[in-house]
Design a protein around this ligand. Structure first.
Ligand code: HEC
Ligand code: HEC
Ligand code: HEC
Length: 436
């Protein structure tokens, strides 16, 4: 009886919420305006498509819309959310299963308002960021996609729990989380700074991973780019303060986004994919602009130096005695006794950014799980790093991590063995889930 009553109450609540959503829909603000109802001429499409190839790479459309080993732009890549699994869709120009029959206006609405012909899109598609794209860039991507090969691949059905499977509910999300207007130029700042902001916020959507989310899964603009945990990994603070803390200067950051390698380490995990599919193809001017903006500069400075962050924190004799033998036995063969690494083979640890983060999550994770072999832009490649989950106890990992962070990272806040245990447990659960 009680259960039945609860169900009725829940049902009434959902119906009210939906009714509210429909009503609120009237307030939803579209940023799409102008003459986009006019179709583009064949000539315009041909010219735009060339530039669109670059815009699409900077916006990383391919990476999300291509399943592992799947047809290009045919979708099907899964995204795990707290509410279930969402699949990216086919955006190849196939008329039946892709976007081949979409008008220019429909495409603009999908990218910038998050509303497709079949209803609201889930924000796993980063329209909250693309909202700031210029209409000209949206046209360019549209023209480019229409020149791709049509792929007849049906979309996968999402596996979302009720009530999150009702797209109309996103009206509410949009009202709360979408900026009302598209980004505007800041006339007080240089063209370089403005271009950098456009790349960061609109195209490359760095904030989708590096800005923490609020309770409703919207980007918490009060903590813009200050770092967030995504799928068990910490995407670090990339504000000026955060970057300097990791040891990055503006020049190093710009080349790092091209090569994925620097004295501060190699890009790993999701960030490796960002470099691999997107930023390595950006022009030097664009990467310099991105870097200048992140350091809040109007242009890259004349001085190419990185900040000096070599100041170690105190290491007591007890911690050294517990951790140094582990380092010498398991790590120094590759990373060197002084943490110097081996050029082109193993990254140095003495200058590694992952030792300098307030969060020790990524460092512990690397020690436990290792890193697969990675190919970097150019001919650089890194050998795989083995994981040490079965060799080391939680206490040994904690000692090793604390010693490394103090010695080379200047971090004096220690990690407890229980925290290593919790992360170890989470990682085991995650790999059991994905069957890896
Ligand atoms: C971070 C991953 C991600 C990126 C980057 C991304 N998308 Fe998406 N996109 C998705 C997901 C997931 C969906 C499905 C959303 C849904 O079902 O509501 C989607 C849906 C769409 C749709 C709606 C298709 C339909 O059938 O309704 C279009 C159009 C689209 N994306 C175009 C693009 C373009 C163009 C780019 C690059 C400018 C891009 N996407 C970049 C994840 C992404
Ligand atoms: C798909 C999510 C995602 C996007 C988009 C993304 N990042 Fe990251 N980024 C990460 C994660 C996760 C890490 C931590 C990687 C690790 O240590 O395993 C990271 C790390 C970094 C680092 C530190 C490198 C290091 O050695 O750990 C920098 C700098 C960075 N990102 C800059 C950027 C910039 C600039 C952009 C936009 C152009 C961007 N990121 C876009 C997820 C992302
Ligand atoms: C077989 C060689 C090898 C051994 C042994 C090894 N590593 Fe590594 N390690 C690597 C390589 C190669 C990379 C760079 C991988 C990349 O960036 O693609 C790396 C990267 C790292 C990173 C940087 C991760 C990041 O996100 O940038 C840390 C931290 C690290 N290792 C710590 C350790 C510690 C601690 C030990 C000992 C417990 C250890 N490594 C043992 C080869 C090794």
């Amino acid at each position: 009886m009680m259960r039945k009553l609860l169900l009725i109450v829940a049902g009434v609540f959902v119906v009210c919420a939906l009714a509210a959503a429909v009503f609120l829909g009237a307030f939803e603000k579209s940023v799409v305006a102008g003459d986009i109802d006019e179709p583009l001429t064949a000539d315009a499409m041909a010219t735009l498509a060339k530039r669109g190839a670059y815009v699409a790479v900077a916006a990383d459309c391919f990476a999300c819309h291509t399943a592992k080993g799947g047809a290009p732009f045919a979708g099907g890549l899964p995204f795990e959310t707290p509410f279930g699994t969402i699949y990216s869709t086919n955006i190849s120009p196939d008329k039946e299963t892709g976007i081949g029959a979409w008008t220019r206006a429909q495409f603009h609405r999908a990218l910038r308002d998050g509303v497709g012909p079949n209803g609201h899109l889930y924000p796993a598609m980063p329209y909250a960021s693309y909202r700031k794209m210029t209409p000209a860039d949206v046209d360019a991507v549209y023209a480019y996609l229409m020149t791709r090969e049509p792929m007849n691949v049906a979309n996968k059905a999402n596996a979302l729990s009720f009530p999150f499977n009702i797209r109309q509910g996103l009206t509410f999300w949009n009202l709360v989380n979408l900026p009302a207007d598209a980004g505007t130029e800041n006339p007080e700042r240089s063209a370089v700074w403005n271009r950098g902001r456009y790349l960061t916020d609109a195209l490359a959507h760095c904030g989708e991973c590096h800005t923490p989310r609020n309770a409703l899964q919207g980007l918490d603009q009060a903590a813009y780019l200050e770092g967030a945990d995504i799928e068990g990994v910490h995407a670090p603070d990339i504000t000026k303060a955060g970057l300097e803390r990791m040891g990055f200067g503006p020049w190093v950051l710009s080349t790092f986004m091209k090569s994925g390698l620097s004295a501060q380490g190699g890009m790993t995990g999701q960030m490796f994919e960002v470099v691999h599919f997107s930023t390595q193809y950006m022009t030097t001017d664009d990467l310099d602009a991105l870097s200048a903006y992140l350091f809040d500069l109007d242009d890259l400075p004349a001085d190419k130096a990185s900040p000096d962050v070599s100041k170690p924190a105190a290491v007591d004799a007890e911690l050294s005695a517990a951790a140094k033998p582990t380092y010498l036995a398991l790590c120094s063969g590759c990373h060197g006794v002084e943490g110097q690494g081996i050029p082109h083979v193993v990254v140095p640890l003495s200058t590694n950014a992952s030792l300098r983060l307030t969060s020790a999550r990524n460092l512990i994770r690397v020690v436990l799980d290792g890193i697969p072999a990675q190919r970097f832009p150019g001919l650089e490649r890194m050998q795989p790093m083995p994981g040490f989950a079965t060799d080391l106890t939680d206490r040994q990992v904690a000692d090793l991590v604390n010693w490394l962070r103090r010695k080379w990272g200047g971090q004096d806040v220690d990690i407890r063995p229980e925290e290593v245990g919790r992360l170890r447990h989470d990682l085991e659960a995650a790999s059991a889930d994905t069957g890896k």
